[in-house]
Structures are given as C-alpha cells and as structure tokens.
Design a protein around this ligand. Sequence first.
Ligand code: OSB
Ligand code: MG
Length: 384
Amino acid sequence: MTFEPGPSPTAALEAIAIPEIEHVDLVTVSLPLVAPFGTSVSTWTRKEALLVRVESDGVTAWGECVADPDPFYSYETNETARHIIRDFLVRQLEPGLTLGGLEERFRRVRGHNMAKAAVENAIVILIAMQRGVPLHALLGWPPKRIMSGLSIGLQDSQSALLEKVERAVARGYHRIKMKVRRGQDVEWVRAVRDRFPNVPLMADANGDYTLADAGRLRELDAFNLTMIEQPLSYADIIEHAALQRELKTAICLDESIRGLADAASALSIGACRVINVKQGRVGGLLESVRIAHHAASRGAGVWSGGMDETGIGRLVNIHLQAAHGFSLPGDTSETANYFHEDIVEKPVVLGAGGFIDIPPGPGLGVRVVPELVLKKTTRAERLR
Ligand code: OSB
Ligand code: MG
C-alpha cells in the first residue's frame, strides 16, 4: 500500500492561532422535520441538534454537531457529544494554540469525531468572522456555484417516491439519491428509472446488506446508477472491496470513512470509487479538505454528505464544497425540504441551473438568529 501525503492542503490553516475564547455555550435545539425521513436504520421525525456557541472579543460564532439523539447512524449521540465536548474538548482550548495544535490535542480523544467537528467548526467560523472573510476563503478557496442534490427517504409507496423524484427533477436538482433497504430496492429503483431514464440517480443503503446479498446488489447494475452508497456494514472496508469487484456500479462509502486514513485505505484496496465526505463524521473541516484532496488525487469522486442539518451545518457544507476535490453533487438541498422554520436568517434555495450560491460575507455569510435559536432550545448550558 503506497500512500504519499504530498504537499498538505491544510498547512496554512493548521498554523492559524485560535483567539482567546471567553464563552462557550452548548445549546440543544429541536426542530420538527417537514416530513419523516426514513432510512434502513431509523425514521426521524425531528431534528435535534447540539449547537456550540463561542464568543470572543464581541464576536459570536455557532457550530452544529451532526449527531442525532440516537446511536442508529453513528455511535455518537447528542448526549455523548455534550459529555465529550464539556469534559474533554473545551478544556483543551487555551491561548496560543493553533488549529493544528487543537487537532493534535483532540486526537488523544479516540473517535467522537462529531463532537470534535462541532467545536472545530465554531472556532473556524469565529476566525473567519474576525478576519471578515467567508468561510470558504479562510479554507483557501475562491467562491464557486455549488451543485445541488436531494436525498429522498424511504417512501410508503412507489407512487409517493415517483412524486418526490418528479418534484426534485422539476426543481432542477443535479442528482437524486433514494434510500433503499433489503426488500425495498430493485423494484423501487426500476420504478424510478422507468419513469426518469436519464436523471442522475443513486441509492443509499446505510449498511443494510451483507456480502451474501451480492447477487441482489448486482441486479442494480441494470439501472445506470451513478453509485451505490454504503451497501455493507458501517464497520467494514474489506468486504466492500470484494463487493466492488462484483459490481459494475461504483460503490460510495459514507459510514465506513472516519478520516483520511480510512479514505486512503479504502481507495488503495478498491473498496469504493467515490467518497461521501461528511465533515462531522470525519472530525471537521480540515480533515474534510485533506480527504477531498487525497481522493481527487487518486481519481476518486468526492461529494459532501448531509445530516439533515439546520442552516448552520448546511452552510458549513456549502462553503466546504468550494474546496478542491468536491467534484460531484452532494446531499445539499433546500432548507424547505427539512424545516418550515430554520434558525438562520436566510433559507438555502436553488438558483439558476439548480446551483446554490455561497452567501458572501464573513463566516457563514448568513446570520444565526438568536430569537429563533431560543424558540427551539430544549437545553442550554454555559461551559465557560
Ligand atoms: O446516510 O447520508 C445518509 C441523513 C441522516 C443520516 C444519514 C444520511 C442522511 C441523508 C440525508 O441521506 C442527507 C441530507 O439531506 O442532509
Ligand atoms: Mg449515507
């Protein structure tokens, strides 16, 4: 296995000094979803998010933890993240530390990437705000029109699914992802393909299959899917390599990729041809930039995955996609697909050609509205 790191795309970022942070608050918000979101692992009807609010020299920035209240997608939950952030991560913040130094300290805590990312996000956004630059520019990338993609949850009927796809196509989404699971796969994909022969379409199984299902998964090769996401266990890389050899369709890994090392391993053994970078799952923005850079250099496709985030996490994902390597449309869709009322000032909407413009302005480019946060707060504590 050869893995040559080459020039680091995050060296400049790692050298940035973190400002003195006077206050850190943890705020849990709960927002009803406009419709239940069904997957092979759970059906969510609300979005509960743990927000990290940091304050320095009169500037306030917010980060969002992408964990759920339950451990069904990831072992992390909003409660474990609260514990890890409060008892281990925030205590590591001290004047003089750089972003690279912070990452190094955080590495001592094994796993808990979503907790780490939430703190890192808040700090990186704070730095961008203090410098008066957009987040994407702080990361080192010029603005770009971001491709859109909709993730459609498991539906009760094929007609409901077709209706959702139809609306997304009409709206101009660049690709459609549909959830599948054992017993709700080939026929459902066929129904969509028959009606929409040319729409860029992919399927996400959230790890519902085993290698014994390879025959079934091979049937999906008939539908010209752009990829199949996480067909096998969240904990596996090796069997995905065996499966990829059996499939024409590209495998994309989501849950299995916890950082650059996993991405490098997966690509080097041919476990996937595409990587879903969820910045929360991999521990933050710097690691995401590294993975995208590495994967692109190996010829793999890269896109930004979503976690049904509020406007905060949604905008983080949008800025991140300005970075080198993000070559494919991700799970970046309009706020209206998730919430009637968000906690940021302006909803994300599709512009001309189905693209999303990165809002200009410092940090996320959109204000987090304290009144809306308060309205949706179920718990708040000041750590410092
Ligand atoms: O597997 O990509 C996934 C949402 C929650 C948990 C896991 C996943 C998803 C999505 C939706 O597919 C992504 C989004 O629209 O934000
Ligand atoms: Mg997924």
